[in-house]
Ligand binder design. Structure first.
Ligand SMILES: [Zn+2]
Length: 268
C-alpha cells in the first residue's frame, strides 16, 4: 500500500513538472513573438510616426500607419480591388464594405462611369480609392501611344467631374503591357497596379466557387483582383471579407498597401 502511494506521488510530481515546463515554453514563445513584432517598428519608423503625431489632427493617421506596419509584418494586409465597373451592382458592394469599415480600390472604365456618375461619387464618398482601368477596355498593346493616352485622358476627365484629387494608379486591361504602353503610362504619370491573387470570378460566376478559390490562394499581403460587374462577385467579396476579418486580416487601399510596403523596405 505504502509502495503504491509513493508511486502515485512520483507520478503526480512528474505530471506537475511537465505542466510547469509546458507553461514556461508557451510563455517564452509568446514573449519572443511579441518582441519580434515590436522590432519591425524601428527607431526610424517610430520617429517618423511621432513626427506625424505631433500635429494632433494627424495622430489618427499615425496610429493607423503603426497598425498597418505591424499587420504587414504579420502578413495580414489585403488590398481588395475591383475592375470594369461601375455597374448596377457596385452600390451594394460599397454599402456592404462600408458596413464592415473595409476600404477597397476600384479600377474603373471611363465609359461605364460616364453613365453612372452618381455611383462613382458614391464610391468615392464612401472613402474608397479610384484608379483607371481604361475608357472602353481596349487591349493597350494593340493601340498606338495617342490612342492609349486618349483612353486614359477621357477616363481622367470623367473622374474629374466628381473628384478633385489626382489619379495616380491604373490597371491596364488584361494586365497587358509592352514598351509603348510603359512609355504612355510614364507620360500620363500613372503607376500600373498588378495583382497576385486572381479570383477568376469572371470565369466561375459562382459565389461559393469564387469564395473558396480566393480563400485558398490568400497568403497574406495580397492584392486581390475581382470585378464589380457580377452579382456573384459582390456576394463572394462579402463572404471573403467576413472570413478574412475573422482571421485578423486588415483591408487597405492600394495606396496604403504600397505606402506601408515602402516604409518597411526603406527602413530595412
Ligand atoms: Zn478588365
Amino acid at each position: 500500500m505504502k509502495f503504491i502511494c509513493i508511486r502515485q506521488s512520483i507520478i503526480l510530481i512528474y505530471t506537475i513538472l511537465i505542466i510547469v515546463i509546458l507553461i514556461s515554453i508557451s510563455f517564452t514563445y509568446i514573449i519572443t513573438k511579441n518582441n519580434y513584432n515590436n522590432d519591425i517598428i524601428t527607431e526610424e519608423i517610430e520617429d517618423e510616426l511621432e513626427f506625424i503625431c505631433e500635429d494632433e489632427n494627424n495622430c489618427e493617421d499615425s496610429v493607423r500607419k503603426e497598425l498597418l506596419i505591424e499587420q504587414y509584418n504579420n502578413k495580414k494586409l489585403i488590398a481588395l480591388t475591383f475592375d470594369d465597373g461601375p455597374s448596377k451592382y457596385t452600390e451594394t458592394l460599397v454599402d456592404e464594405m462600408k458596413k464592415r469599415n473595409v476600404p477597397v480600390t476600384f479600377f474603373i472604365l471611363g465609359e461605364n462611369a460616364s453613365k453612372r456618375m452618381d455611383t462613382l461619387k458614391f464610391q468615392i464618398d464612401a472613402g474608397n480609392e479610384i484608379g483607371i482601368h481604361s475608357y472602353t477596355h481596349k487591349l493597350f498593346t494593340k493601340l498606338n501611344e495617342d490612342e492609349i493616352l486618349e483612353q486614359i485622358n477621357k477616363t481622367k476627365e470623367v473622374i474629374k467631374k466628381v473628384y478633385d484629387k489626382e489619379i495616380v494608379y491604373i490597371r491596364v486591361p488584361y494586365g497587358s503591357r509592352n514598351k509603348k504602353v510603359d512609355s504612355s503610362l510614364e507620360k500620363a504619370n500613372l503607376t500600373d497596379v498588378l495583382w497576385n491573387v486572381d479570383s477568376k470570378d469572371w470565369k466561375f460566376k459562382n459565389t461559393t466557387k469564387t469564395y473558396s478559390y480566393v480563400i485558398k490562394k490568400v497568403k497574406g499581403n495580397d492584392i486581390i483582383l475581382m470585378h464589380d460587374t457580377f452579382k456573384t462577385s459582390i456576394e463572394a467579396a462579402v463572404k471573403i471579407v467576413d472570413k478574412l476579418l475573422e482571421e485578423d486580416y486588415t483591408f487597405v487601399t492600394v495606396s496604403e498597401f504600397y505606402e506601408t510596403k515602402n516604409i518597411i523596405e526603406l527602413n530595412k
